[in-house]
Design a protein around this ligand. Structure first.
Ligand SMILES: Nc1nc2c(c(=O)[nH]1)N[C@H]1C(S)=C(S)[C@@H](COP(=O)(O)OP(=O)(O)OC[C@H]3O[C@@H](n4cnc5c(N)ncnc54)[C@H](O)[C@@H]3O)O[C@H]1N2
Ligand code: MOO
Ligand code: MG
Length: 586
């Protein structure tokens, strides 16, 4: 733990103990500095503890100031002499100067040593508490031997809500890119306001098939002087007392002010061969100006706001259609993250390996599952393969991944086993910051989220999900997907899974931890939502995800008190929707 050892303090303690008992030779005190905190270990016996502490207590203020970055000249100046005298050590002499105010104003009374040992808290260099943000490492040492590993997790258990908050806070800002307007635009979020470049329609167009007229002409027989088909071309002007045949969407001849539907007309005179109309009787009376006409720009005018920054280009297609209709060929959107997926574990073999499994081998189900889920949500997924449980291997694979992808997902190796190397690798090899390493949920307790620095002021997120297949899949949907959506420019609640109240069809037994119970929900005859559990919910059982389109949010036993141990059938619970909704009895 120590940044620097303080062997002088150790010698001091040993020397004083040796004066009392020769057995002190066997004691092994440790002293040193971590950050700006002086740490001293004392023997377990109360007598020994007291003797050791007495031997160094007067020097601790000195040690604390030095640890906190104090000026050594100050330390050895006037105020120190008194301490030296009390401690029974010779003054180091020589350097005395005017900096002694640090001492005088610092409140470093010699009887305040107890305060000193807890962090040198009250002088100019007030130490800040060492938090994870300061880069404190909590993981096991990568080279450490198994006997030295943590026996309780050093990662505080955070709630799902806190975990979501941390992810939202620590995800890097979204990048803006230019994209072509085409089918590949689905799922992007606009990074700019978009205005119409052209008017729609760009010309006066007919809404029906019929005859272009001057609306004041009224009922009667009129000569057909022209034809306007929905095709580009020059048009002869129309005068009062004339009509022109026109099709839906075709431009009105100049001078025409309305269109009469073909159903409201009768043929009055045809050519002799009977192939062409000469005169038509208009039966419709009381025509209004621009009846059955789409005026220029009546759907959309040049300069109108088409789509706002933040708008989603949906799979329904409306936004792409809108952009295409006014001739916008390229827009600024937020870059979608590229996501790498890595399985870890010496036991994991490719799922499609032909050979029968040897004892201990496990087929990799997490990688194909997550690659599929990422692709289906519209993000590019990069297969990072399987890494062995060796620090070097993991380091190489992750280094390569950091150069290729925006987000890394790993599965396995995040719990308490001696081969669970993800956390120490992130912290120690990559100088990453683990924002959370345990979440109060089932499945997915060891879910880990970290950021790894990549160059100045930039970092990349890494989600190290539990190896258990149901845990990995649930935590992907619950935490990784919102992070991907945030990176892709979604904001606020839009990053999260949609939520609905559903009626449970069977009794559900509560777990001590809040549970994300996999279920198939559907819309029943009455239009309400009903949920059926997918069965056994053990974290290893990927079958619990089969046909699941929702995660039922069940409270942990600790939250509901000991009265309720189950949710009875017929009760409503919240469900997070992860798949398509089905109907029954449509
Ligand atoms: N002493 C404790 N042990 C465990 C705790 C705990 O708190 N204290 N937590 C348990 C929980 S909860 C979970 S979840 C698991 C998570 O384990 P890891 O993330 O460390 O994952 P592994 O140990 O590597 O593997 C667990 C399990 O999953 C299988 N696995 C791993 N990767 C894959 C894959 N790609 N495809 C299919 N199956 C995979 C692996 O073979 C193991 O059976 O830890 C508990 N332990
Ligand atoms: O949290 Mo673990 O995912 O129960 O098995
Ligand atoms: Mg493990």
């Amino acid at each position: 733990m120590l940044d620097k050892t303080a062997s002088g303090l150790v010698h001091g303690m040993l020397a004083s103990s040796l004066k009392i008992t020769p057995f002190a030779i066997m004691s092994r005190p440790v002293a040193g500095v971590r950050g700006d905190t002086v740490i001293v270990t004392l023997p377990g016996s109360p007598k020994g503890a007291k003797e050791n502490l007495e031997s160094i207590i007067k020097l601790l203020p000195h040690a604390c100031i030095q640890a906190a970055g104090g000026d050594s000249r100050v330390i050895h100046s006037g105020g120190m002499k008194q301490l030296e005298k009390e401690a029974g050590v010779a003054s180091s002499g020589g350097v005395h100067d005017h900096h002694s105010h640090l001492y005088e104003s610092g409140g470093l009374a010699s009887d305040d040593a107890a305060g000193m040992t807890s962090g040198c808290g009250h002088h100019h260099h007030a130490p800040t508490p060492r938090t994870q943000q300061d880069g404190e490492l909590r993981s096991n040492d990568l080279t450490g031997d198994v006997t030295q590993r943590h026996r309780s997790s050093p990662y505080p258990m955070v709630s799902v809500k806190e975990a979501h908050k941390l992810v939202a806070q620590k995800i890097p800002a979204s990048e803006v890119v230019k994209k072509k307007v085409d089918a590949g635009l689905v799922g992007y979020i606009l990074a700019e306001d978009v205005r119409a470049k052209e008017s729609v329609p760009a010309f006066r167009a007919s809404i029906v098939d019929g005859y272009a007229v001057v609306h004041t002409d009224g009922v009667g027989i009129y000569p057909v002087v022209g034809v306007s088909h929905a095709a580009p071309g020059e048009m002869k002007p129309l005068e009062a007392g004339q009509i022109a045949r026109i099709t839906t969407g075709a431009p009105l001849p100049p001078g025409a002010t309305a269109v009469v539907m073909v159903e409201d007309t009768r043929i009055a005179k045809a050519t002799e061969d009977g192939t062409e109309e000469l005169e038509i009787e208009i039966l419709a009376s009381g025509l209004t100006e621009l009846e059955n006409v789409r005026e220029v720009g009546s759907d959309m005018k040049t300069g109108d706001l088409l789509l706002r920054k933040g708008a989603e280009i949906t799979a329904v297609g409306g936004e792409i259609g809108l952009l295409a209709s006014v001739g916008i060929v390229e827009i600024e959107v937020y870059k979608k993250p590229v996501v790498g997926v890595l399985s870890t574990g010496d036991e994991i073999v490719p799922h499609d390996r032909d050979e029968a499994l040897k004892v201990g081998e496990v087929r990799d189900s997490n990688r194909p599952t997550l690659l599929a889920a990422i692709n289906a949500r519209g993000y590019e997924a990069v297969d990072l393969g399987i890494a062995k449980d060796q620090p070097g291997t993991l380091e190489d694979v992750l280094k390569d991944a950091l150069s290729k992808v925006d987000v890394i997902i790993t599965t396995g190796g995040v719990s308490m086993g001696e081969k669970d190397l993800l956390k120490p690798t992130i912290e120690r090899t990559f100088n990453g910051t683990i924002h959370f390493g345990r979440v109060a949920m089932k499945p997915g307790k060891p879910t880990t989220f970290a950021t790894i620095p990549v160059g100045a002021n930039a970092s990349k997120p890494i989600f190290s999900l539990p190896g258990n297949p149901a845990s990995a899949t649930v935590t992907f949907h619950l935490f990784v997907l919102p992070a991907l959506r945030q990176l892709a420019g979604y904001i606020g609640d839009d990053i999260h899974l949609a939520k609905a109240l559903v009626v449970v069809e069977q009794d559900l037994v509560l777990d001590p931890r809040p549970e994300y119970h996999r279920a198939a929900i559907r819309i029943d005859k009455s239009g309400g939502l009903v949920a059926r559990s997918t069965g056994g919910q053990r974290s290893s059982r990927i079958g619990s995800m089969e046909a699941a389109n929702a995660l039922l949010c069940l409270p942990g036993l600790s939250e509901v008190g000991d009265k309720r141990t189950r949710i009875p059938r017929g009760d409503k619970v919240e469900a997070l929707i992860i798949g398509e909704l089905k109907v029954s009895g449509f």
